[in-house]
Design a protein around this ligand. Structure first.
Ligand code: ADP
Ligand code: MG
Length: 354
């Protein structure tokens, strides 16, 4: 468990010693600009970005301590990394390419300069891997917790943009990767935290759970998916990233496209380690995939004619298809029962009523 966020040790620099501008300088040094569209980064009143003939996509996500993350088990580097990745995922979900981010921080005196710098190590790692430029931000104080708000900017040719609307009956519903891992990683971390709180001598036993822990603590955005789809000459008819859980994302696509969907339970891709953990926690993998969230996979629909192009591709699984709006969004279970999807997952009560 991390105890390093507190100013308990002499070698930590209190934020008051550096001052706001000293801190900003320290944090933003060593962020080279690598995109031609980044004309001016940190250091003026505003950044300058030139998008030329592309359309610009912009998205923001705010992470609040105690609501979105728990510093007792989230290392600061991973927090910074994840805060960037969740934003980039939204850009990829528009079929765009992220180019710049801005980072806004609210921090209290509880945190040392070194701790904030570790968050920026994670931010820097994400900038390197996803080839985006840090071009600005804001730094302010908070009375207690830590808040990070990141804005990501990206570009995409107008003809390539994919919205949540656009799915039509007979389209196939496809998801990248596998689902439920991030949620099971969270369950595991919460369990080990309570064990630790009950007995401070107990060290967490997280061996053998690397996959789900990585899915929770250091997720990746599916940078590769727009590239693979472009290479296959497949343009999705609609797309969304899986941040809240498969069920709620399917409902978003349905609502915005004015369609219904059939999701097949036996097709939902689940990693073997997620099966194993679900057994341990007495959860069903379907519930976890539908309601868990934070998988940051891409969920999209494609024209039936494009099926041959993605068939057998290890990155993608066809999990259902689009139907008329009147049919609604339903999960078809392994024994072929239709269960209406709800934002929380699926609703067995509704089925009993029908
Ligand atoms: P202003 O008073 O004009 O808002 P600031 O002093 O807040 O300027 O910021 C100075 C420069 O540093 C700006 O380019 C701003 O975008 C950048 N900046 C401030 N805080 C951060 C941060 N936490 N991360 C990255 N860049 C930041
Ligand atoms: Mg400012």
């Amino acid at each position: 468990m991390n105890e390093n966020q507190e100013n308990t040790n002499e070698e930590f620099t209190p934020l008051s010693e550096l001052g706001e501008f000293g801190l900003i300088d320290k944090l933003t040094q060593d962020f080279p600009l690598r995109n031609a569209s980044s004309i001016k980064g940190v250091g003026d009143d505003a950044a300058v970005i030139e998008m030329l003939d592309k359309q610009t996509v912009v998205t923001t996500d705010m992470l609040v301590e105690g609501v979105h993350f728990d510093l007792t088990y989230v290392p600061p580097q991973h927090l910074g990394y994840k805060a960037v990745v969740v934003n980039l995922s939204d850009i990829y979900a528009m079929n765009g390419r992220p180019t710049q981010i801005t980072v806004s921080l609210a921090v209290s005196n509880r945190f040392s300069a070194e701790f904030i710098e570790k968050i920026y190590e994670g931010i820097r790692a994400a900038c390197n891997i996803y080839e985006v430029d840090l071009v600005g931000g804001d730094t302010t104080s908070s009375y207690s917790g830590l808040i990070i708000s990141i804005t990501a900017i990206g570009q995409v040719d107008e003809k390539d943009i994919v919205y949540r609307k656009g799915a039509k009956a007979t389209d196939l519903l496809v998801v990248s990767g596998d689902l439920g891992g991030a949620y099971m990683g969270l369950q595991l971390l919460e369990r080990e935290k309570s064990v630790y709180e009950a007995d401070r001598n107990m060290q967490p036993n997280l061996e053998g759970y690397e996959y789900v822990l990585q899915r929770q603590l250091k997720p990746e955005a599916r940078k590769d998916v727009p590239e693979i789809l472009a290479a296959l000459e497949v343009k999705p008819t609609s797309m969304i990233d899986v941040s809240d859980g498969l069920s709620s994302e399917i409902l978003h696509l349905c609502r915005q496209s004015g369609v219904g969907m059939r999701l097949h339970e036996d097709k939902i891709p689940i990693d073997p380690s997620v099966y194993k953990l679900c057994e341990e926690f007495n959860l069903t993998t379907t519930t976890v995939a539908l309601s868990g969230g934070e998988d940051y996979e891409l969920l999209f629909t494609i024209d039936l004619q494009d099926y041959e192009k993605i068939k057998g591709n290890p990155n993608f699984t066809v999990i259902g298809h689009v139907v008329d709006k009147e049919e609604g969004a339903n999960l078809f279970t392994r024994d072929d029962q239709a269960i209406r999807l709800t934002a929380q997952g699926w609703d067995a009560m509704l089925r009993a009523d029908e």
